[in-house]
Design a protein around this ligand. Sequence first.
Ligand SMILES: [Zn+2]
Length: 72
Amino acid sequence: MNTCCDYGKCTQGRDCPIRKQRAQEANEAFINGVWGKVADPYDEVTETFKALIAVIAVTAALTLISFFIWGK
Ligand SMILES: [Zn+2]
């Protein structure tokens, strides 16, 4: 009785439980996809931020070393 959608023709219309279930699954997959797309750039930004902090730290350290070596 619940196989009406398996042949591409739904005989139960909007009240079809399979159609509702597939719509819900598609919705959840969409939400997961959105969060996945949101999560990846966030990690990328975080990594870029860490790299930027590392560059600044190294630059500051080199500046301090240069200051102590040639600053006298
Ligand atoms: Zn159906």
